[in-house]
Design a protein around this ligand. Structure first.
Ligand code: G4P
Ligand code: NA
Ligand code: NA
Length: 193
């Protein structure tokens, strides 16, 4: 998506060879107009899919998921990262190991909000190793829901998550795929699509 690539080039900050900071428009301050354009793109790309629910993981997926849900006219559900006292009754859970943060945590969704009738579009801000997406796919599997696809804002194409998930047969629709970043010059190369 040209608009997102241009924005990353303009306002993204290459922190080192593999971390990209986008906190001025995606995951701290949010450019909601940009989110709406992203949502329109995914809505167009998944026009053939019977999506009736958007699923993401807290925290930074939530803003994107809310705007995507408005575009599709369906609810958004976010997986919580640890057991919450607000969640009573049966829950769906999966373990996620974050390589970036070197920790493992549980993700949790109430069974009340995900079930066999659901056709899910998973969305998130970043795709690196794909462990967060694995957790959300596992939660959908436990729910008996159908995963229609995965919408990612920024995929880091030099990390293995995207290729692995596509190899597993998932439809992964990344709006910008960064192939390489040079912290010395701030140069960012995108995969041509
Ligand atoms: P993975 O899910 O693809 O395996 O990613 P990984 O564990 O390596 O990364 C964990 C967290 O780091 C995720 O946020 C992910 O969005 C974020 N992340 C990964 N690469 C980058 C990057 O280059 N730039 C930025 N800004 N974030 C990156 P999280 O732990 O879920 O935290 P939250 O911010 O959503 O609360
Ligand atoms: Na995230
Ligand atoms: Na994040």
């Amino acid at each position: 998506m040209r608009l997102l690539e241009e924005r990353i080039r303009r306002d993204g900050i290459v922190v080192d060879g593999d971390v990209l900071k986008v906190d001025s428009f995606i995951n701290h301050q949010m450019d909601v107009g940009l989110f709406q354009e992203m949502a329109r793109q995914w809505h167009e790309d998944f026009a053939d899919a019977p999506v009736n629910k958007i699923l993401t993981i807290e925290a930074s997926g939530i803003g994107i998921a809310a705007i995507v849900a408005a575009e599709f006219g369906v609810p958004a559900v976010f997986a919580k990262k640890s057991q919450s006292i607000n969640l009573t009754g049966e829950v769906l859970t999966a373990k996620v190991t974050s390589f970036t943060h070197r920790r493992t945590y549980d993700v949790i969704v109430s069974r009340r909000f995900l079930g066999p009738a659901d056709h899910v579009l998973i969305v998130d801000d970043f795709l690196a190793n794909g462990c967060a997406i694995d957790g959300l796919v596992e939660i959908c599997r436990q729910a008996g829901a159908t995963v229609e696809g995965v919408g990612i804002a920024v995929e880091k194409g030099f990390q293995p998550g995207g290729a692995r998930l596509r190899g597993e047969g998932l439809r992964v629709d990344s709006l910008a795929i960064v192939e390489a970043m040079d912290p010395a010059t701030g140069t960012i190369a995108f995969r041509e699509g």
